[in-house]
Design a binder for this molecule. Sequence first.
Ligand SMILES: [Zn+2]
Ligand SMILES: [Zn+2]
Length: 356
Amino acid sequence: MRAVVYRGYGVMPELAEVPEPGCPEDGVVLSVAATGVCRSDWHAWKGHEPVPLPHIPGHELAGVVARVGPAVTRWQPGDRVTVPFACGCGRCEYCRAGDAQVCPDQTQPGFTGPGSFAERVAIHAADTNLVALPDAVDSVMAASLGCRFATAYRALTGHARLRPGEWLAVHGCGGVGLSAVHIGVALGARVIAVDVAGPALARARDLGAEHAILSATNTDPAPDIHDVTRGGAHVSLDALGSAATLASSVRSLRRRGRHVQVGLLLGTGATPPVPMDLVIARELEIYGSHGMAARDYPPMLAQIADGTLRPGLLVGEVIGLEQAGAALAALDGPSSRAGMTVIELGRLTPAARARS
Ligand SMILES: [Zn+2]
Ligand SMILES: [Zn+2]
């Protein structure tokens, strides 16, 4: 089969012919229909997170079940599915309780093993990790849910319990942050977007943010947020992941507010300090959010199918597998402001179209 492979960290990924994946006893092989290009793949490619080399990236995918292991009971060839980026083992106490996102033995396609920048990919523990796709959710849209949209959704609904009319502050308007802005607006919240870049804030406003705060690197947006909201945000998200945005997010909250840490704090070195004095005095709630387990996908997919949520608004370019390596390498620098790039397999590239 064809797959995008890199042979060393930082070495340009190439389209190559590789062996077919084996089908796990408890898993499936999926024919990949679409897969997202994510900054986490870029981090792995740069060597910030170790991966087995040579490596096939890709962890945000939609596809069709092609082969089924003998221990799988819930899935058959032909089923259209997506999977969370963190796949549970299916056996531990967390997986059995439906919380595969914190499974200690999780597998992550594109990190712990070969990923979805390929015609086919193996997924372990299929009965725990596969999510059926409604007809109304096409493969490009499903791949774009990836880690950013699903993570933002779960942070706001599962952890923060965001209610209509509440103030939501989103610190950092990259992929996860803009997803959170859109989801917050769709759920009836009043959204304040914070970023250091004007174009990111313009996108946030397009998506319905009521206020946009341009935050210089060394200034704290929390006082402005307290002014605008008359007392602070009910819910605040650090969607970037830095010591400064974490602290600003906590300081942005009104009494009894909920902070959710979504940004991964990669490369920040020591564990950043949290203003625990405020956590006590204002009775704040602090959550960490690590993706979303398969169990929690159906309500989100239903809201996409009925048009309440529109992840398509966050999709930028749709490309073929031939362009995937270059698209991954191009994620250098600040996260893409022009929307998420999605690879659609079987898509005719302009060159291929010209040939046909
Ligand atoms: Zn598990
Ligand atoms: Zn991702």
